[in-house]
Design a protein around this ligand. Sequence first.
Ligand SMILES: Nc1ncnc2c1ncn2[C@@H]1O[C@H](COP(=O)(O)OP(=O)(O)OP(=O)(O)O)[C@@H](O)[C@H]1O
Length: 324
Amino acid sequence: MTDMALPPVLTLRDLTVHRGAAKILDRVNLSLGQGETLALVGESGAGKSTIAVAIMRLLGTAKVAGTIELAGEGDLLALTERQMVKLRGQRLSMIFQDAGAALNPSYTVGRQLSTTLRRTQGLSTAEARKRAIELFTSVGINDPEGRMSAFPHQLSGGMQQRVMVAIALAGSPDLLLADEPTSALDVTIQAQIVRLILTLTRERGASCIFVLHDLALASQSCDRIAVLYAGQVVESGPAHDVLEHHRHPYTQQLKSCVLEIGTKTLTAPEGTVPSHAQMPPGCRFSTRCPRALPRCAGEAPPLVPLRATAAGPLDHHIACWNPE
Ligand SMILES: Nc1ncnc2c1ncn2[C@@H]1O[C@H](COP(=O)(O)OP(=O)(O)OP(=O)(O)O)[C@@H](O)[C@H]1O
């Protein structure tokens, strides 16, 4: 758990992302302690992946405002691209949702991992090969030596994801961003990969932001949870508090959703997320909220601590004018 005397390793302040006229993220505030794991949960399209990609500063033409403070580096949004290139892989790494698309099909997986090791760790070719085999072993790849010469298409989706995990860990990053593997893998393999990433992150004392769909899995496996709705953080805090003592009506609805056994279907809360063109200026959940007051649609509730404790920005926070 976090030593409260230590400043957070990562702090997002009013992170706002526009794509054209659409406000994809709206003043997102989040903090993460050293060695902690934070789950971002919420329905599809809530902006979870956008947060992770924004931290990597890989959002391309999107307009990004606010600050992303990484301990020891200052505001990532103020760094040059050259400085970011150095940080990616070494301090920050991302595991993408679809490993098949993220790996280069033209190179063997051994070469892709060794190249990362040589670049981030300055290892010789022979040292990088030795370390690559060790990393493949630690992520549970059978016959790691033999797999070094495999091309991505020769591996199953689960194995490709393990290769991605090895590549992401190659530079010993202190912050890992992991997007839940959803597209290519069946649910059993997904759960294995989620557990693997969390175990390896904890063993290394690194911090991790995990994009997850399932609130129950998030609370079982992560230290902290941030619940997102349509690009806004509606509730955040220690996992136990958010799951057991949640105050935001959306968290309550999300909690009652269940992942149907054997399928990838999430039973969504009733109603639909408003389109970006029709987003209310206030609380974006107000159109579906059973507790909405007249002020909710017009005035955005700030994300505020439920009670002030020594944890400061890591406290339990909610953004709601009429909490439960
Ligand atoms: N490259 C893009 N161009 C335009 N809009 C995008 C792009 N990427 C994401 N969006 C939009 O941004 C919003 C947030 O998407 P994002 O992928 O971050 O959500 P998410 O919560 O990670 O969803 P999922 O769980 O489905 O991955 C969505 O409305 C999506 O349509």
